[in-house]
Design a protein around this ligand. Structure first.
Ligand code: NAP
Length: 262
């Protein structure tokens, strides 16, 4: 099936690694032009090299999604070089492994800032271009934590729930501009986040065995962590103009984690 993404321009935040990079790759495979950002120039350059895409298809920019001015410059440059913006994937970020008793006021403030600025800054910057697109789609990368909070990730769970709520409001607010807004809620996806945690745990258990134990402990029905490309598939589907009647909803990509049917 032709997803209708050829020559459309999609901005993906945090595309130098993991889910963002897999999404960049999948979009390039569909013939889209992609712009992506991250804080580390070296990681971005290595990621761009890995895709094999030329400057006419892939634009990179160093910026922190918490910094509205630099996000705005990055999105404006994208629109100028590629002739507009048709889609936005708010992916950049990471989770915070903290419970109630070890979360400081700074943890709460930093987590809420990252999660909300990570959606609102790129959206404000891209909104005029998206409104002019005629087939605009925003995908907010979220977590099943938004619906099934974990006490060991208390700040992230609360922030994620807020973002899911915000996404619903945005879908209603932006429908009049022809902009669809949806969420993809992740379970445990095998990316840099988990390799870093495995290294930090220093348990001596091989990574594959550690992953299997993790999946069992968290009740993942499929018994394994997901791959970033398995997330990218859902993101690309929501970005496609063929998903023209899908807005204000969320898709879980989580291997059947948990027992909720909501
Ligand atoms: N993996 C999972 O199991 C899982 C589960 C639920 C939700 N998620 C969410 O999915 C998204 C992608 O995670 P991932 O697992 O793919 O992580 P990852 O491999 O660590 O990639 C994160 C990407 O975001 C960029 N980034 C982080 N903070 C940023 C900032 N403030 N401004 C700009 N770029 C930033 C990183 O580049 P720099 O570090 O160079 O900036 C990197 O490109 C995150 O929002 C994460 O919270 C992941």
């Amino acid at each position: 099936m032709d997803l209708g993404l050829a020559d459309r321009t999609i901005v993906v935040t945090g595309g130098s690694s993991g889910v963002g990079l897999a999404t960049v790759r999948a979009l390039l495979d569909e013939g889209a032009r992609v712009a992506t950002c991250g804080r580390d120039a070296g990681r971005l350059a290595r990621a761009a090299d890995w895709t094999g895409a030329g400057h006419d298809r892939l634009l990179t920019g160093v910026c922190d999604v918490r910094d509205a001015a630099s996000v705005s410059r990055f999105v404006r440059r994208t629109a100028e070089e590629f002739g507009g913006v048709d889609g936005l994937v708010n992916n950049a970020g990471q989770s915070r492994m903290k419970g109630l008793d070890d979360s400081t006021a700074d943890d709460w403030r930093d987590e809420l800032e990252l999660k909300f600025a990570g959606v609102l800054n790129p959206l404000h910057a891209a909104r005029p271009y998206l409104a002019a697109s005629g087939a605009a789609s925003v995908v907010n990368i979220n977590a099943v934590l938004a619906k099934q909070p974990e006490t060991r990730l208390i700040t992230t769970s609360a922030a994620r729930a807020g973002i899911l709520n915000l996404s619903k409001s945005l879908s209603a607010e932006l429908a009049g501009d022809g902009i669809r807004v949806n969420s993809v809620c992740l379970g445990l996806i095998d990316t840099g986040q988990w390799t870093r945690r495995h290294a930090a745990a220093g348990s001596g258990t091989a990574y594959e065995d550690w992953q299997a134990e993790l999946a069992a402990d968290r009740g993942v029905a499929l018994g394994r962590l997901g791959r970033a490309d398995e997330v990218a598939y859902a993101v690309v589907a929501l970005l496609s103009p063929r998903a023209s009647y899908i807005t204000g909803t969320s898709i879980d990509v989580c291997g059947g984690i948990g027992r909720s049917i909501l």
